[in-house]
Design a binder for this molecule. Structure first.
Ligand code: SAH
Length: 347
């Protein structure tokens, strides 16, 4: 099949591609690549409207028990200054974000068992008491029993990326856990009724275009509601310090291909894509993305949550930062969502 017909058939006729066909799409360049982006943009408009969902993210602890070989917060990195926000501090930051207009809060951290099941549940309940706010947890692997308690406490969504669909590559990058365990978490979360998010990195060492095709197929098989797809960025205090960063165009192709195949998931412009180059953010909005996250924890913690190296400038208030982001979104020709932006309720 001609590549443009293939793209159209997937996007508009629900054609189910093979892995070979997805790999062909991921490998397009030049005019065909821009064609892919424009089709993804149409599918995004059809299923998600013109509204961009803005999420506030509170990175509340950088302590981590894991050994992820790409991540600057891995437990072997003794040079990172560790911090934990108290439950009161997390809830007051949430309040500030709600006052600035946010309707979704993402609570993210390293895998930090200091926050027990009950502590997480209480934080969720206290934030839920502020207003009708959607809460997303992104705190790593926990038992099914804990996930259930978080759901009962009021958490709406959970993000836990599969990182790479190649089992051997996954296991070599995560000596503390296994690919099977990660996928089990995703299945548990879905069966508990969470709006469930996965995702993966572009440019991990030994990754091939075929593996990226498998990543996208896996998102489809899991039936994710959200997928964060971002470039790998090399961190000097990790085993992958000498590896090249992931490629921005490949990331955009993966986002666009995910959009045409899955149609309605929430697809963020990942922070790492903006770290490579600021202009990638507007390109991503034109290639299928419909979500963006904004860090809202106090500046001293923003600097310390360094999963990959980045510049953290002294920034104005949470509200001023939100207004700046709204202007940027409008400059991309898009509108600002005023709702919680729940999966399945965008149109
Ligand atoms: N501890 C939580 C949150 C992880 S941080 C968990 O395990 O789910 C959120 C995401 O940052 C990860 O899922 C990973 O995809 C991404 N990430 C980590 N290190 C990175 C790096 N060096 N470059 C790009 N993305 C990275």
């Amino acid at each position: 099949m001609d590549i443009r017909n293939l793209i159209n058939n997937i996007a508009f006729n629900n054609y189910e591609p093979s892995i070979d066909e997805l790999e062909r799409i991921i490998s397009v360049n030049g005019d065909d690549m821009h064609y892919l982006f424009s089709v993804a943009d149409k599918v995004r408009e059809e299923y998600c409207s013109d509204e961009v969902q803005i999420r506030a993210i509170i990175e509340f602890s950088n302590y981590c028990r894991c050994q992820c070989k790409y991540c600057g917060l891995n437990c072997h990195n003794t040079e990172v200054k560790r911090y934990r926000m108290s439950p009161e501090e997390i809830v007051s930051t949430a309040k500030e974000a709600v006052d600035a207009g946010y309707k979704t809060l993402v609570l993210q951290s390293g895998e930090d068992m200091f926050y027990t099941k009950d502590m997480v549940c209480n934080i969720v309940k206290d934030i839920k008491a502020i207003d009708d706010i959607a809460i997303t947890l992104s705190i790593g692997e926990r038992s099914c029993d804990e996930f259930k308690a978080f759901k009962e406490a009021g958490a709406d969504r959970f993000l836990i990326k599969h990182e790479t669909a190649d089992e051997d590559l996954y296991n070599s990058l995560h000596p503390h856990s296994t690919f099977k365990r990660r996928i089990q978490c995703l299945k548990d979360l879905k069966s508990l009724g969470f709006q469930t998010g996965s995702g993966f990195m572009i440019g991990l060492p030994h990754q091939t275009n075929r593996i990226i095709a498998k990543d996208i197929m896996l998102l489809k098989e899991i039936g994710v509601h959200m997928a964060g797809i971002g470039p790998f960025i090399s961190h000097p205090k990790t085993d992958l310090k000498d590896c090249n960063n992931g490629d921005a165009m490949m990331t955009l192709k993966a986002v666009a291909t995910t959009r045409i195949l899955l149609k309605d998931p929430m697809l963020p412009v990942t922070t790492s894509l903006g770290v490579l180059e600021e202009k990638n953010k507007s390109l991503a909005f034109g290639s299928g993305a419909n979500v963006i996250m904004q860090k809202v924890q106090p500046i001293q913690y923003r600097k310390m949550y360094e999963i990959y190296p980045k510049d953290t400038k002294d920034e104005p208030s949470v509200l001023a930062k939100r207004l700046e982001l709204e202007d940027f979104i409008k400059s991309c020709g898009r509108k600002i969502s005023k709702s919680r932006g729940d999966f399945g309720l965008l149109k």
